[in-house]
Design a protein around this ligand. Structure first.
Ligand code: SF4
Length: 283
């Protein structure tokens, strides 16, 4: 397959690997791609379109943008970019921004509520449009940051599933960029001349948010010990349950004291249980 650049070839390879490892897209799928206008969702839409045109399986794409109602949000640029490239697109206008303002106290962090509300809109639109999968642009750096957020602030060891089923079982959310690094997605969106937009909400880029702090810490760590993020990413796909302290897990694995349920080999990122399906729960 001819790619426009080495970067595109690399992203295509990583995305294909995620699709295969976790069974993210199947023949006949109609994939709703959540497009915020940020670099990651654009990179996702672009690479899925490249893969779709060359895939052995048949699947279709529809880009859906949830407009939160912020005045300066240039959803028209998203619609235009999609039209120019022949991508089916729907802009869903909402008043999520207002709802968040009404519900949250001034010092509350809006992202979690915002994410849930936007996800709800995507679920509804997916039903209306007959989409069988909802693809989101979370990438490898998001996986690592989420792992640390949960570890440092929530007291739980979990990252972000590549594939999850909504609580009601009606929707399947997939993240085909889980092996793609943020800088790759960013460079790819730029290379493809996609119009990267800000979401225009007041929390966008707020450096006091926990996720932004984690990003800065990781940046410092990576400077001091290059490769640390890659190691963390490999770790997410290479867990040793018997060396954790979760009695429920040990019980389920039948690993008593002294038992070792660690897999014999130490695979790299992406070798975690192919096709594993996780239940949706605030990820
Ligand atoms: S930065 Fe704004 S748009 Fe993005 S998740 Fe947070 S509240 Fe929502």
């Amino acid at each position: 397959m001819a790619y426009r650049s080495r970067l595109e070839a690399r992203i295509a390879r990583k995305t294909t690997k995620a699709i295969v490892d976790f069974g993210l897209i199947e023949d006949g799928d109609r994939v709703l791609v959540g497009v915020s206008g940020g670099k990651d969702s654009w990179a996702l839409l672009q690479i899925l379109d490249v893969l779709r045109r060359h895939a052995r399986i048949d699947f279709s794409l529809v880009a859906v943008t949830v407009d939160s109602g912020y005045e300066d949000f240039r959803h028209d640029l998203i619609a235009r970019a999609c039209n120019e490239r022949g991508w089916e697109c729907r802009i869903e206008h909402t008043s999520i921004g207002e709802t968040i303002d009404d519900l949250l106290e001034p010092d509350d962090t809006p992202c979690s509520l915002c994410g849930r509300l936007r996800r709800g809109v995507l679920y509804r639109v997916a039903g209306e449009m007959g989409a069988t999968k909802i693809a989101l642009g979370h990438h490898a750096d998001d996986v690592i940051e989420t792992l640390l957020l949960n570890l440092f602030y929530e007291g739980t060891l979990k990252a972000m599933p590549a594939r999850l089923v909504s609580d009601n079982g009606h929707h399947v959310v997939v993240r085909p960029l889980v092996y793609v690094r943020e800088n790759e997605a960013s460079a790819y969106a730029k290379e493809c001349a996609l119009p990267v937009l800000s979401c225009c909400c007041s929390a966008c880029g707020d450096l006091s948010l926990k996720r932004q702090r984690i990003k800065r810490w990781l940046l410092d760590l990576e400077r001091e010990a290059p490769g640390i993020k890659n190691s963390m990413l490999r770790a997410v796909g290479n867990i040793a349950p018997s060396h954790l302290l979760d009695g429920r897990l040990l019980h389920a694995l039948g690993a008593g004291a002294g038992g070792n349920s660690r897999r014999p080999s130490a695979p790299g990122a992406g070798h975690a249980a192919p096709g594993a399906v996780h239940r949706a729960r605030g990820t």
